[in-house]
Design a protein around this ligand. Structure first.
Ligand code: WT7
Length: 640
């Protein structure tokens, strides 16, 4: 593994340098309570908290609270408080699929639009604590919809537009939502996405009282009387002021569904105060945010990255944030850099999968644009391979912009391990060191905490403000999933190596979660979709390395007696997964096999399946515990 070290570029003038970072680390060690209350001062509170963290990861006393006696409203923090001085400052730059057709919203415009949305929700009887689904393209109205929920204390749950109606349905049922905010259609890479039609399908078996439809393309769509409201038809009549609710710091702000190693996706719950503090604090720390910045995080708001670093973090800090509704290769592979030059983007934050896809096209599409406005680059979502890191640094950043490789999870609310761009020497492929107050530990299977340079499972030994608080509707599952594997620790599900310099190298998931292009897919969900097909007897899904996606999905499928596995059936199964989950979960490869390798007690030996999928067929390890070792030869022969 390459372990080149890149020092902080000499002319990168950062707000936080090595001395300041060292001071922060000392402060949080010495007096965490004071340090965390200090961070909370970034926000405006109706009542400033007297308490910071109050938590225990132990089973008998399990609880997590932050700033519990504080009261605030996050939409006020993202909007109202900026108005007096910065009302005319750009809050959001909407960069649609078609380059150059964008628009800008000032803080005042975003405030007014948010209030309109909030008033519309209220007029439909939606109140504090109610759940509202958001299934929208990356348009400014989507941010307004999120902020409107925050304003009235409704709990939003954003569902990525690439998820199927079936997935949307499952989430609506799970959180018992009373409304859906959507758009007529989305457009990505020149192709329409039938959002409203998907919502209608999702609501066939479980309806909601209110569907608000924002006009994006103007497509002709059916509207259900009494339920569906066209936002543009009522917008003019909606008041542009709306009294915010004073929320308790521990009141839920949103639910975001994410896949785990077992069962259906779980609703990760983030609360108001701690999440807001963490999103704003990490935004300032990691991105060295300055007033002049134009910040572009390419993530969709359907993911946590979009919540924390398109909407809440930047807006709480009064920044200008780009909302991108396109793809990296439309109209061509120069799209990112053309947009960077046109908008004057100074901080650019994207995923390794995009970097790898662009790298494959060579340097020319990058070099065709100046990129001189960029001063900082970021990466998130999966491990970045050193080659891609070096390309990002050398070609995109011309060797003058720090690269922040940020490790975190939906459950974490914001970044946990990352360089400080002005203080941390970078090693390509390493997320470097924990942020102040974050305590990663590496643990071996026997629960032993490993010291010094070591490899193990990555856990966190103490809480931070942005840690999730529960799984919606299933607090027991919350404890079981994250706190039961290693006593007194939060288990991330990631494997990790720590080197001699104390740098962390995330090696990827050690559970049955697959990271496809930075999106989390649970193997259990894909398997349950495959076996729902009448011809399928059994399915086992594993990951294999993919040049662009990082990991891709390889499905082993056994069929019912008499059924024939061919390309037509592969297509059908692919369709099945697209219908049940979404295109992002469709297996890249489907391998029909007469049997799966099982132990004598009937447990599928995934270790062997992984090796076969990875093509490591010469090195299958111990197969002596298999009930029928002959299965393996057939599997190797049938490799896709
Ligand atoms: C999983 C979390 C954090 C928002 C996007 C993904 C992997 C994420 C990195 C990174 C290595 C990373 C981990 C983690 N991951 N960032 N910089 N280096 N791995 O959020 O869907 O909750 O996925 O993504 O495996 O557990 P998520």
């Amino acid at each position: 593994m390459s372990e080149a070290v890149h020092p902080v570029p000499e002319d990168f003038q950062a707000k936080i340098g090595p001395d300041e970072l060292a001071r922060m680390r000392e402060e949080v060690e010495a007096d965490p309570h004071r340090f965390w209350l200090e961070q909370a001062k970034r926000l405006d509170w109706y009542e400033f908290p007297t308490q910071a963290g109050d938590w225990s990861f132990d089973e008998d006393d399990f609880h997590i609270n932050w700033y519990a006696d504080g009261r605030l409203n996050l939409s006020v923090n993202c909007l109202d408080r900026h108005l007096a001085k910065d009302g005319e400052r750009t809050a959001l730059i909407f960069e649609p699929d078609e380059p150059g057709e964008g628009r800008r919203w000032t803080y005042r415009e975003l405030y007014e639009e948010t209030c309109r949305f909030a008033n519309l929700l209220k007029s439909r009887g939606i109140r504090r604590g109610d759940r509202v689904m958001i299934y929208m393209p990356m348009i400014p109205e989507a941010a307004a919809a999120m902020l409107a929920c925050a304003r009235i204390g409704a709990i939003h749950s954003v569902v990525f537009g690439g998820f199927s109606p079936e997935s949307l349905h499952g989430r609506i049922v799970d959180c018992d939502a009373c409304a859906v905010i959507t758009a007529d259609e989305g457009v990505r890479g020149g192709k329409p996405i039938p959002l409203k039609r998907n919502v209608d399908t999702a609501l066939e078996r479980r309806d909601v009282a209110t569907v608000i439809v924002v006009t994006r393309t103007g497509a002709d769509i059916p509207m259900k009387a009494g339920r569906d409201i066209s936002y543009s038809a009522v917008r003019e009549e909606l008041a542009t002021e709306c009294e915010p609710e004073a929320m308790g710091a521990e009141d839920p702000l949103f639910i975001l569904y994410t896949s785990g190693s077992t069962g259906q996706p779980k609703g990760v719950v983030h609360t108001t105060g701690g999440y807001a503090v963490w999103a704003a604090t990490t935004f300032e720390w990691v991105f060295d945010y300055r007033r002049e910045d134009i910040f572009w995080c390419t993530a969709d708001i359907g993911w946590i990255t979009g919540h924390s670093y398109v909407v809440y973090g930047p807006l709480a800090c009064g920044a200008t944030s780009v909302m991108f509704d396109g793809v990296p290769n439309y109209p061509d592979f120069g799209r990112f850099w053309e947009t960077v030059d046109r908008l004057g983007v100074t901080i650019f934050y994207t995923a390794p999968t995009a970097i790898r896809a662009l790298m494959r096209e060579g340097d020319d599409p990058v070099k065709a644009y100046s990129r001189k406005s960029i001063r900082l680059l970021g990466s998130v979502g999966e491990p970045i391979n050193p080659e891609a890191w070096e390309w990002y640094w050398r070609v995109v950043g011309d060797g003058r912009c720090p690269v922040v490789d940020t490790w975190w999870q939906t459950e974490n609310g914001g970044i946990l391990i990352s360089p400080f761009p002005g203080a941390t020497p970078m090693k390509p492929g390493s997320a470097t060191k924990p942020l102040p107050g974050i305590r990663p530990v590496l643990v071996d299977p026997e629960q032993k905490i490993l010291e010094g340079a070591a490899s193990g499972n990555l856990c966190l030994a103490s809480a931070w403000p942005g840690l999730m608080r529960t799984v919606w509707g299933d607090h027991e599952r919350f404890f079981q999933t994250y706190f039961s594997t290693y006593t007194g620790l939060y288990f991330t599900g990631d494997g990790c190596r720590r080197d001699e310099d104390g740098y962390y190298w995330i090696t990827g998931r050690v559970d049955d979660v697959i990271n496809v292009s930075g999106h989390r897919i649970g193997t259990a969900e894909v398997e349950s979709s495959l076996v729902s097909h009448p011809k399928v007897a059994e399915a086992a899904v594993v990951a294999y390395p993919h040049e662009i996606k990082g990991q891709a999905i390889y499905a082993f499928v056994t069929l019912n007696a008499g059924e024939e596995g061919d390309d037509a059936l592969r297509k059908e199964l692919n369709q099945e997964v697209r219908k049940d989950i979404g295109a992002l979960a469709a297996p890249e490869k489907i391998h029909f096999t007469p049997a799966l390798p099982k132990t004598r007690s009937g447990k599928i030996m995934r270790r062997i399946l992984r090796k076969i999928a990875e093509g490591e067929t010469g090195n299958l390890g111990d197969t002596s515990t298999l009930a029928d070792p002959g299965v393996v030869d057939a599997l190797v022969a049938g490799r896709q």
